[in-house]
Design a protein around this ligand. Structure first.
Ligand SMILES: Cc1cc2nc3c(=O)[nH]c(=O)nc-3n(C[C@H](O)[C@H](O)[C@H](O)COP(=O)(O)OP(=O)(O)OC[C@H]3O[C@@H](n4cnc5c(N)ncnc54)[C@H](O)[C@@H]3O)c2cc1C
Length: 294
């Protein structure tokens, strides 16, 4: 029985314990699917509050979000499906939301999406939406109360934002339109998150803001990933990773230790939980979660 949107929202709002969510992406082939499902089975018993599954992120398939989301639900995860406006009319978005409904998704992370590869700016579908807020409004109009609604937040500003005040204002509008929680882009310096939360609270954003944390696997991966998301790698982390030389396992352990320290400080200073970017891999996620429990 899928978790109701109310229960999921209550779990995210629960001040008694931190919310832990993990993000999967739909695998490309059978081998990748085995790895993802193995990761899901490994993490499932660890008290994860919800899993989320991406939609077309970084050029991955959009057709398999429902299929793999359904598998995660079967395993017992309350599930938040990401959804973007890229290339979709309003009617197509409604049809996908209906599929999420039928599959038992508990929530939707309502996103605009990035311009497709090769395009520099976002062009909306002629019968679609220009900004994530319109998707939040659509879900509210057509399925009020059926889904917990999340939106994206950017501790280091969205890459297209002209300035911080306008980026925060648009975030507060998404929340006022009906978002129940915010999940942030990954960041590696907690100061960025705390500054962002303070600005969001000043702008009237009252919902939980789940910090997005990536246990870095290597310097190369961090540079790729952070380059794509426009997230800054602190010098101290670069130095720790460089000190490992070519030893990939040593670099992974640095990533786990950094993420663990990051999350511990986030929770100590009042973050409502953590959203882990696990990249469908279990090892670092298990180590980070075990270290937190200990
Ligand atoms: C947690 C998380 C999960 C993600 N998952 C996915 C995924 O599954 N698939 C995927 O393709 N991408 C994903 N992304 C990336 C995301 O789609 C991109 O970062 C996208 O560029 C912005 O999406 P948004 O929902 O924040 O857009 P919006 O909120 O629409 O903001 C986009 C830009 O427009 C500005 N803006 C917002 N509202 C207005 C307005 N009313 N008028 C003028 N300007 C406005 C904002 O300041 C910002 O610069 C994810 C991002 C995060 C943080």
């Amino acid at each position: 029985m899928p978790m109701s949107s109310d229960r999921l929202v209550n779990a995210i709002r629960n001040p008694e314990r931190p919310t832990v969510s993990v993000e999967f992406f739909p695998p490309k082939d059978e081998r990748a699917a085995e790895i993802m499902l193995h990761t899901a089975r490994t993490l499932q018993p660890l008290g994860i509050d919800f899993a989320s599954i991406t939609y077309g992120a970084g050029g991955t398939s959009r057709d398999t979000t429902v299929a793999y989301g359904s598998k995660l639900i079967e395993m017992g995860f309350p599930l938040v499906g990401h959804l973007t406006c890229v290339g979709h009319s309003r009617e197509e978005l409604l049809s996908i939301i209906q599929q999420y409904d039928a599959a038992g998704f508990s929530g939707i992370l309502a996103l605009r999406g990035d311009p497709p590869k090769g395009q520099t700016s976002f062009t909306p579908h002629p019968l679609g939406f220009s900004h994530a807020i319109e998707l939040v409004q659509l879900i509210q109009q057509e399925h009020r109360g059926r889904f917990a609604i999340g939106v994206a937040g950017f501790p280091e500003n969205h890459p297209e934002a002209t300035d911080t005040p306008s980026d925060i204002r648009y975030l507060s509008q998404k929340v006022a339109a009906g978002a129940d929680f915010v999940t942030t882009q990954l960041f590696l310096d907690n100061a960025d998150y705390f500054r962002f939360v303070e600005a969001a609270r000043s702008a009237g954003v009252g919902v939980p803001i789940l910090p997005g944390v990536l246990p870095v696997l290597s310097l190369k991966q961090a540079r790729n990933f952070c380059g794509f998301c426009k997230a800054r790698i602190p010098d101290a982390l670069t130095q720790e990773l460089e000190a490992c030389g070519d030893n990939e396992e040593a670099q992974r352990r640095v990533g786990v230790s950094w993420a663990h320290r990051q999350i511990r400080e986030l929770l100590e200073k009042g973050a409502p939980g953590v959203h882990l970017y696990i990249l469908n891999k279990s090892e670092s996620a298990v180590e980070v979660l075990s270290a937190l429990r200990a």
